[in-house]
Design a protein around this ligand. Structure first.
Ligand code: NAD
Length: 371
């Protein structure tokens, strides 16, 4: 395994040179000590598209994880990534031969960043190759697939983590801390607004087989997941209504806009909106008997902004994917427990809820959410 000393030598800094470290490290000096020695998680990225590229760039600032391999169906992309990230030929795979990664001792984990509909089979193949898996959200198309992925990883004795980057975001974690400390009093209400106007009508996000649905699978999931970590409760029922203004762009099975409501065991309720037809919608609002918290933007790439009844939050702005990968390294290699879970079971909970939302849309009835 490589050490963080190698990293520091690579970027050419000494203890005295801390002031020239990337912003991520400067802003996180209190949390992440770049001089602490420890193992590095060696990661191969599968799917070299938009988000894969963002993760790769963010990983250049990681001190506990390193991009060492790629899996792609496009030879020209592999070449470009090899040159940019110094990836040796022996760590390059395609979708036909990546099972051979089991014979590669220089890769610890594979980060699956392909279209949603491919996650199930790819995660199971990676697990069967004996490597830890990090999978993008939504982890699967439904709860049944999610359960099969969890089972496969358990059988193979590998970790399954999901790219819930907000679970490591400082403003989000501060609100969770305040809520747990009782600073907002009894939680009564959560509002989640998640949406953007989607462009190209021919992209995989609007193809049911590859996406599993529309805005709900892609962006609405942030309000589903957020309603859980903001309130600290699991919803027990859901009602939902779908509306469509463009049935040509948003075909059968591709939801454009869904409004959904949750009930929680404490009596708290949530009201959320998921849409592919409105911009400027990335807002969480939590209301308790003694206070409130607001995140706006709540889940974008940052900077995240937050305030509570006590005033503005002033947590550091971080590169989400850098922090996520360093934290996941500690989880996989050192057994660290995150404040908010990011494992397959966490994704299964979201997918059970999303299954129930779609069922509520279909039946027009209030649906109980299965445990
Ligand atoms: P993208 O279209 O930019 O990239 C997808 C990649 O998968 C491309 O490189 C493409 O070549 C490859 N691919 C492999 N097989 C394919 C196939 N059969 N059809 C189409 N493409 C195929 O998409 P993206 O935005 O990078 O999204 C990938 C995953 O990452 C999705 O699950 C998405 O939900 C997730 N994502 C997460 C975040 C986040 O903030 N956590 C942000 C964006 C995307």
């Amino acid at each position: 395994m490589n050490s963080r000393r190698d990293f520091l030598q690579k970027i050419g800094v000494s203890a005295l040179g801390l002031s020239i470290l990337p912003g991520y490290i400067q802003s996180n000096r209190a949390i992440y000590d770049p001089f602490e020695e420890g193992p590095l998680l060696r990661v191969a990225i599968m799917g070299l598209g938009g988000y894969g590229t963002r993760v790769a760039e963010a990983m250049q600032s990681c001190t506990k994880a390193k991009l060492v391999g790629v899996i792609s169906g496009t030879p020209s992309k592999i070449k470009a990534w090899q040159a940019r990230y110094n990836i040796p030929p022996k760590n390059c795979y395609n979708y036909g031969n990546f099972d051979e990664i089991k014979n590669n001792p220089d890769i610890d984990a594979v980060y699956v960043i392909t279209p949603n509909g491919l996650h199930h089979d790819e995660v199971i193949r990676v697990a069967q190759a004996g490597k830890h898996v990090i999978c993008e959200k939504p982890m699967a198309l439904n709860a049944q697939q999610a359960q099969e992925m969890i089972d496969a990883c358990k059988r193979a004795n590998v970790r399954l983590l999901v790219g819930y980057r907000m679970h490591f975001e400082p403003h989000t974690l501060e609100i969770i801390r305040m809520r747990k400390a009782g600073e907002f009093g009894k939680i009564m209400f959560f509002q989640g607004l998640s949406g953007f106007i989607i462009g190209d009508p021919n992209q995989w996000r609007l193809n049911k087989e590859l996406s599993g649905g529309g805005a709900m699978m892609d962006i609405g999931i942030y309000s589903v997941n957020g309603s859980r970590y903001m309130t600290g409760e699991e919803p027990i029922w859901v009602t939902a209504e779908e509306t469509k203004t463009d049935p040509v762009k948003f075909k059968e099975g591709i939801d454009e806009t869904i409004q959904f409501q949750f009930g929680f065991p404490s009596g708290a309720v949530a009201s959320c909106l998921s849409t592919y037809s409105m911009n400027f919608l990335d807002r969480f609002f939590l209301n308790g008997l003694d206070g409130f918290a607001e995140l706006d933007p709540a889940t974008g790439y940052g900077p995240i902004r937050g305030r509570t009844n006590k005033g503005e939050l002033n947590q550091p702005a971080v590169i989400h994917q850098t922090v996520q990968m360093d934290e996941m390294s500690d989880m996989i290699l050192k057994g660290k427990q995150p404040i908010v879970p990011v494992d397959g079971e966490e994704a299964l909970k979201d997918l059970k809820i999303i299954d129930a939302i779609y069922e509520a849309v279909k039946t027009g009835k209030r649906m109980e959410i299965k445990k």
